[in-house]
Design a protein around this ligand. Structure first.
Ligand SMILES: [Zn+2]
Length: 343
């Protein structure tokens, strides 16, 4: 990466910047050394040549599309095999984020993604294991951490119902519900009853939408807001192609959870220069910067900041504003987040 910016920030400066991350998948945040250790202990079948190992488990270069990336996650699903592993994953995900400057962290996971690979792990066991890991991390590190429950678009209605019930039963230890996976052939209306039930129980709503290029992306973003009650949009970067969508985001003050490196790897945009991050900010759309799947991408949130700085010319002031927006729109309580954030 090259740049001729006069006020260039170093990666170390970006790392030490206090940051808020609202969009990070806990089930895709395993530390690389831990992943290898566990894959070995579980006797999983994987290449013994160290150079081929990352290519086997991780996404480290652009894939053909979002679907290809989602398929890759199924390989890493195999290591999420016990409550002990999940507790360790949660602790280390917090520790890695903290060491990268993150002070306010919202972690999301799909209970069905984990339990599908490991039938002994009930939603309840998964959730409690994650809570134990987070609790341990918060004792050792001054950070605010909250959990979001993901409903996968691929689920049948029965399973959507089960996940929604689980989320509502655990609303005291969950911030919000989210909808994720490929949007093609997954009309938002089908999910409306589940999100209505969650909202009525007091859970907040963020929705993955408008991530991959699609003629319907603008409508999907509007549907997420109007039909599902989204207060934040996961990705939503395709809004750049739909002026009326950008207008709605601005008027309703709904921020995008933008993840530049992830968008590059899923080929939502061809390269860092064509990413709409700066254009969205200049248009007045509320924008936050997030990491998405740091484990699967062998990346950190600071890497997203570096891309934004070097290729989109985001300045220190831009980062400050993104973090203020993220702070304001974080679903974590004011009491908890204000304790770890000096304004
Ligand atoms: Zn995501």
């Amino acid at each position: 990466m090259t740049s001729n910016l006069s006020n260039q920030l170093s990666s170390q400066q970006l790392r030490s910047l206090p940051k808020v991350d609202l969009h990070r998948h806990l089930d895709c945040s395993m530390r690389w050394s831990t992943l290898l250790e566990i894959a070995t202990a579980l006797k999983l079948d994987f290449p013994q040549n160290p150079q081929k190992q990352q290519a086997h488990f991780l996404v480290t270069e652009p894939m053909v599309n979002l679907e290809a990336v989602l398929n890759k996650f199924l390989i890493a699903q195999k290591v999420l095999a016990s409550e002990e592993i999940l507790e360790r994953l949660a602790f280390e995900a917090c520790e890695d984020a903290f060491n990268d400057g993150v002070r306010i962290l919202e972690l999301r996971y799909a209970p069905t993604f984990i339990s599908d690979g490991h039938t002994k792990l009930t939603f309840e066991k998964i959730h409690q294991a994650f809570l134990r890991g987070i609790k341990r991390a918060k004792i050792q590190m001054p950070m605010a951490v909250g959990l979001i429950c993901i409903l996968q678009r691929v689920l049948t209605n029965d399973r959507l119902d089960a996940v929604t019930k689980f989320a509502i039963e655990n609303k005291s230890t969950l911030l919000a519900v989210d909808l994720a996976d490929n949007e093609e052939n997954a009309e938002p209306k089908r999910f409306a009853p589940y999100f209505e039930a969650a909202r009525n129980a007091g859970l907040r709503v963020t929705i993955h939408t408008g991530e991959a290029p699609n003629a319907k992306a603008g409508q999907w973003i509007l549907d997420a807001i109007h039909i599902l009650g989204a207060e934040r949009i996961g990705h939503g970067v395709q809004a750049i192609h739909f002026p009326e969508v950008m207008k709605t985001l601005i008027e309703k003050n709904i921020p995008l959870e933008v993840c530049p490196y992830s968008n590059y790897l899923t080929q939502a945009f061809d390269n860092y220069e064509s990413h709409p991050l700066k254009r969205l900010i200049d248009a007045g759309v509320p924008v936050t910067l997030n990491s998405d799947d740091p484990g699967m991408f062998a990346s950190t949130l600071s890497d997203d900041y570096l891309i934004a700085h070097q290729h989109q010319k985001l300045s220190f002031i831009d980062f400050y504003k993104c973090n203020e927006t993220a702070y304001k729109h974080s679903f974590i309580s004011e009491a908890e987040k204000s304790r770890v954030w000096s304004r």
